[in-house]
Design a protein around this ligand. Sequence first.
Ligand code: THG
Length: 265
Amino acid sequence: MQIIGEKINGTRKRVAQAIKERDAAFIQNLAIKQAEAGSAWLDANAGTHPDSEPEDLIWLVETIQAVTDVPLCLDSANPQALAAAIAVVNKTPMINSISGEPQRLEGILPLVAEHGCPVIALAMDDKSIPETVEKRMEVVRKIMAATRAAGVPDDHVYLDPLAMTLATNINSALITLDTMRSILQEFPAVHLTMGLSNISFGLPARSYINRAFLTLALQAGLDSAIIDPLDRELRAALVAAELVLGRDNYCLNYTRAYRAGLFGK
Ligand code: THG
């Protein structure tokens, strides 16, 4: 399981303030903590206005890189911001994200191909997320045709099947899980990823729902996720589910994570 640490995200109030005030220490603390907790990638989302996003994202990248070697997951829909950030990274970044939207494919896919980046692809076209598995698969096929045409290998593509909240559609999780299985059946070499917490938006005690969903998504083939790596209960659910699914030879990850104090007493 590759963890993409979610905490450096300008849609969070405290992070937005740190970006505005150029408070490097605050961002660097989040970077170090998430790196120490075993993140494979650190998401970097400036969440600012498109005009200032390129300079804000460059600042974020340089600030994070000053304290960790963990590669970045550049989280933006803005090709200018992504291009600006790619120019200053030390390690090949993951790009988050493309989608079936023609504008995003045209603006971002050439950057992905040119720099050999892994890329997250959202299973949606315009602003709305298709309601059925078959409609999401149509978008997935369109995206895969585009990434293949651009020369991006399938194993650089991280498909995000997207989860809508259960509060408005009780079948939302089932649709997402079935989409994951269909994706792997048709495109066995791709990775799957997801921002988990949408599933519980608007509901109380969200962490229980997020953990149940993570467990089921792992069985459906999820092999990376955008999560808070410092959430001890979520980490416990993650390593325990992988152990139960036979994905942890000699139970090494589970026992090591426990000994490292990532969960438990
Ligand atoms: N897919 C892809 N990228 C994504 C998402 C996705 N990037 C952004 C987001 N969704 C995932 N990242 C975050 C980052 C922080 C939080 C949630 C998702 C977060 N949420 C707090 C909560 O849920 O309680 C509230 C905010 C806060 O702490 O201030 O922290 O789906 N490809």
